[in-house]
Design a protein around this ligand. Structure first.
Ligand code: PLP
Length: 395
C-alpha cells in the first residue's frame, strides 16, 4: 500500500515552477540560459514597504495574529476595495492568507464536494485545475479561442454550465495570456450568470494594476446582482513586487470567508505578522510607482510582441495586462520542422538556444507558448534574437 494519498495522485507539480527550476539548474551547470518562465516582477519591493517591515520587527510585531488577518490589514483592504473598485465590504467579508495561492486553495477546500464542477476558461493559470482536483472537485475546462482574445464568451459559458457547476473562475488580466476583460465583456458573461443563480464566481484580480493602453479594469463583483455570489481574490505579490512576502486576500460572502478561516485555523494559522504589516504599507502608502513600473513593462511588451510577429511561423496578440504574452507556434509544427507539439518546440528551444519558456498545453491550450517579459530589456533582446535564429533554423 502506498504511503502517498489517493488525492495527491490526482495532481502534478506546477509546470511553470518546473521550467524556472530547470533553467536554474542549467545555469548552475554553466549554460547561458535566459529564463522567460518566471511569474514575478523583476523589480524589487519598494523601500517604504521594506522599512515598515523592519520597523514592525523592531516593534515586536512578531507574534501570532488573528488567523485570517490583522484588523489593520483588513481595514486597508476594505479601503482599497472602496477606493479602487467602488466596492463596500465589512470586516467579516475579508480574509487574508499566505499568498493568493493559499486563499484559492482554501476556497476550494472549503466549498467543493466530490463531483462539484468548476468552470475554468483555458488557457488558465496552472494551479486552478490541480487545486480543484485536490479538493475533490471536477475542473470543467473550456477552451477559449485566439480570435476571442483567449477570453470566455457568454455563449461558451452558457454551454458549460451544468447542475453541478459550483464556481466559475475568471482571471483578468490573465496569466498566461495577459488578456483583460472589458466591462462590456464582463457584463455579457454576467447576463448568463444572473440567470444561473446557483453559480458562484471566483474573480482572480492579482494582476489588476499591471495594465496598458488605458485599459479600464473592471471586476465582476461591481455588478450588483452578482456581488453576493462573488469572491474577489487579490494580493500584493504582483502589483507591489512582493511575491516572497506571501500575502493574498479575498473579499466576499461571509459564510465562505468564515469557512476559509476555519481551514486556515487548522492548517497554517495567520500569515506572517511582519508581511502583514508590510502589506498595510503597500496598500496605504504611495501608489505612483505602480504606474511607473507598468510603463516599463509596456515598453517590454511592445518590444516582445513586435519581435515575435517578425518571426516567420510565430504570431502574437498584443495583451492589455499582466507581464505575459502567449504567442502561437502552430506555424512551426509540421513535418518539415519535425516538431509535433508545443512541448517539442519549447524543449528544443531550451536545448538548442538556451531560452526557457512554457508550453501552452501546460495552461490547457495547445499550439502556443508563454513568455514572461518580467526581465530586463537586455535579456529580452538576447532572447528574441535567439528565438528568431532558432525558428529560422527550423525551416
Ligand atoms: N493567480 C494567478 C493568476 C497567478 O498568476 C498567481 C501567481 O503566479 C497567483 C494567483 C498567486 O499569487 P500569490 O500566491 O503569489 O499571491
Amino acid at each position: 500500500m502506498s504511503i502517498i494519498s489517493d488525492s495527491l495522485k490526482r495532481i502534478k507539480p506546477s509546470p511553470t515552477i518546473a521550467v524556472t527550476q530547470k533553467a536554474r539548474e542549467l545555469r548552475a551547470a554553466g549554460k547561458d540560459v535566459i529564463g522567460l518562465g518566471a511569474g514575478e516582477p523583476d523589480f524589487d519591493t519598494p523601500d517604504n514597504i521594506k522599512n515598515t517591515a523592519i520597523q514592525a520587527i523592531r516593534d515586536g510585531d512578531t507574534k501570532y495574529t488573528a488567523v485570517d488577518g490583522t484588523p489593520a490589514l483588513k481595514k486597508a483592504i476594505i479601503e482599497k476595495f472602496k477606493r479602487e473598485n467602488n466596492l463596500d465590504f465589512s470586516t467579516d467579508q475579508i480574509t487574508v492568507g499566505t499568498g493568493g495561492k493559499q486563499v484559492l486553495y482554501n476556497t476550494f477546500m472549503a466549498t467543493l464536494n466530490k463531483g462539484d464542477e468548476v468552470i475554468i476558461p483555458a488557457p488558465y493559470w496552472v494551479s486552478y485545475p490541480d487545486m480543484v482536483l485536490l479538493a475533490g472537485g471536477k475542473p470543467k475546462i473550456i477552451k477559449c479561442d485566439e480570435k476571442d482574445g483567449f477570453k470566455l464568451t457568454a455563449q461558451k459559458l452558457k454551454k458549460a454550465i451544468s447542475k453541478k457547476t459550483k464556481w466559475l473562475i475568471l482571471n483578468s488580466p490573465s496569466n498566461p495570456t495577459g488578456a483583460g476583460y472589458t466591462r462590456y465583456e464582463i457584463e455579457d458573461l454576467a447576463k448568463v450568470l444572473i440567470k444561473n443563480k446557483k453559480i458562484h464566481i471566483l474573480s482572480d484580480d492579482i494582476y489588476e494594476h499591471i495594465k496598458y493602453d488605458n485599459f479600464d479594469f473592471f471586476t465582476i463583483a461591481q455588478i450588483s446582482k452578482l456581488k453576493d455570489r462573488t469572491l474577489t481574490m487579490n494580493g500584493v505579490s504582483k502589483s507591489y513586487a512582493m511575491t516572497g512576502w506571501r500575502i493574498g486576500y479575498a473579499a466576499g460572502p461571509k459564510d465562505i470567508i468564515k469557512a476559509i478561516g476555519k481551514i486556515q485555523s487548522q492548517s497554517t494559522s495567520n500569515p506572517s505578522s511582519v508581511s502583514q504589516a508590510a502589506a498595510v504599507e503597500a496598500l496605504n502608502g504611495p501608489q505612483d510607482f505602480i504606474q511607473e513600473r507598468s510603463d516599463a513593462f509596456k515598453k517590454r511588451r511592445d518590444f516582445v510582441v513586435k519581435s515575435l510577429n517578425n518571426i516567420k511561423g510565430i504570431s502574437c496578440l498584443t495583451p492589455n495586462g499582466a507581464f505575459y504574452v502567449f504567442p502561437s507556434c502552430k506555424g512551426l509544427l509540421n513535418k518539415k520542422t519535425k516538431l509535433k507539439t508545443d512541448t517539442d518546440f519549447v524543449k528544443k528551444l531550451l536545448e538548442e538556444s538556451n531560452v526557457a519558456v512554457v508550453q501552452g498545453s501546460a495552461f490547457g491550450l495547445e499550439g502556443y507558448f508563454r513568455i514572461s517579459y518580467a526581465t530586463s530589456m537586455d535579456n529580452l533582446k538576447k532572447a528574441m534574437d535567439r528565438i528568431k535564429s532558432f525558428c529560422e533554423s527550423l525551416s
